[in-house]
Design a protein around this ligand. Structure first.
Ligand code: CA
Length: 222
C-alpha cells in the first residue's frame, strides 16, 4: 500500500510519515499543492492524505483537478478548520473522508484503513470487458448475462488476462503469474488452456475477446 502525504507543515508531515511507516505503508511526501498534484498524477497511490491550506495550490483545487482527470484514488482531507462548511466543500471537491486538526493519531489510522478497505472493495470485485464480467469475490464469470463455468486454472488465466485487458500478455508472464513458475519448454500447455478458455468465453459469440499475437502472446480486448 502506497500513500502520498501532501502537507506543508514539515513537523506534522514527518510525524504522519513516521506513523504510517510503522504500520508498513510506503509513504511519499509533497509539501505544496503543485508538487502534490504532480506526484499524484505521476505515481499510483492507494490513498492520498491532503491538507486543505497549502502553498501553491490549495487542497480543494488539488482534489477537484484529480477528479476532473478521472483519478479515483481515495482522498482523506486534513484541515485546521472543523466547520461544517469546510467539511462540505471538501467532500464536494471529491474527498472521500475528512479529519479536522488536531487529530488523534489512532483515529487518523482508523480512517486510513477505512479508506483503503473501501478502495479494495471497489477495485477488487468486478472486472469487465465488453459483455464479459468476472467477479473476484464470488469467482462468477458471466458473458452476455449467461454464466460460464470455468476450472480453477481457466479462471486464473482469465482473471490475469482481464487485469491486463488491452495490453499484451506474454507466455512468460502467464506462466509466472498463473502457474507461478516458468516452463518455456512446455509452453504448449498455455496454448491448450487458452484454447479451452476461448471455447468457453468466445465460442458462439460474434465479438471475440481473446486474441493471439503470433510469437508474442495474447491480448484480451473488449
Ligand atoms: Ca497547511
Amino acid at each position: 500500500m502506497r500513500i502520498l502525504v501532501i502537507e506543508d507543515e514539515k513537523r506534522l508531515a514527518s510525524f504522519i510519515q513516521r506513523g504510517l511507516k510503522e504500520q508498513h505503508y510506503i509513504v511519499d511526501n509533497a509539501y505544496d499543492g503543485i508538487d502534490g498534484l504532480f506526484q499524484a498524477e505521476t505515481n499510483q497511490y492507494d490513498l492520498i492524505i491532503l491538507d486543505v491550506l497549502l502553498p501553491g495550490k490549495d487542497g480543494l483545487d488539488v482534489c477537484r483537478q484529480l477528479r476532473a482527470k478521472k483519478n479515483s484514488t481515495p482522498v482523506l482531507m486534513l484541515t485546521a478548520k472543523g466547520g461544517i462548511e469546510d467539511r462540505v466543500s471538501g467532500l464536494d471537491a471529491g474527498a472521500d473522508d475528512y479529519l479536522a486538526k488536531p487529530f488523534d493519531f489512532k483515529e487518523f489510522l482508523a480512517r486510513v484503513r477505512a479508506c483503503l478497505r473501501r478502495r479494495q472493495q471497489d477495485k477488487a470485485t468486478r472486472l469487465k470487458a465488453a459483455d464479459l464480467e468476472l467477479d473476484q469475490l464470488t469467482h462468477e464469470v458471466v458473458r452476455a448475462g449467461k454464466e460460464i463455468k470455468l476450472t480453477a486454472t481457466e479462471y486464473a488465466l482469465l482473471e490475469y488476462l482481464l487485469l491486463n485487458a488491452g495490453q499484451i500478455v506474454t507466455r512468460t508472464m502467464i506462466s509466472e503469474h498463473v502457474w507461478h513458475h516458468d516452463f518455456d519448454s512446455f509452453s504448449n500447455i498455455i496454448n491448450v488452456y487458452i484454447n479451452y478458455l476461448r471455447n468457453k468465453i468466445d465460442g458462439g459469440y460474434p465479438q471475440k475477446l481473446i486474441h493471439s499475437l503470433r510469437g508474442t502472446g495474447y491480448v484480451l480486448k473488449g
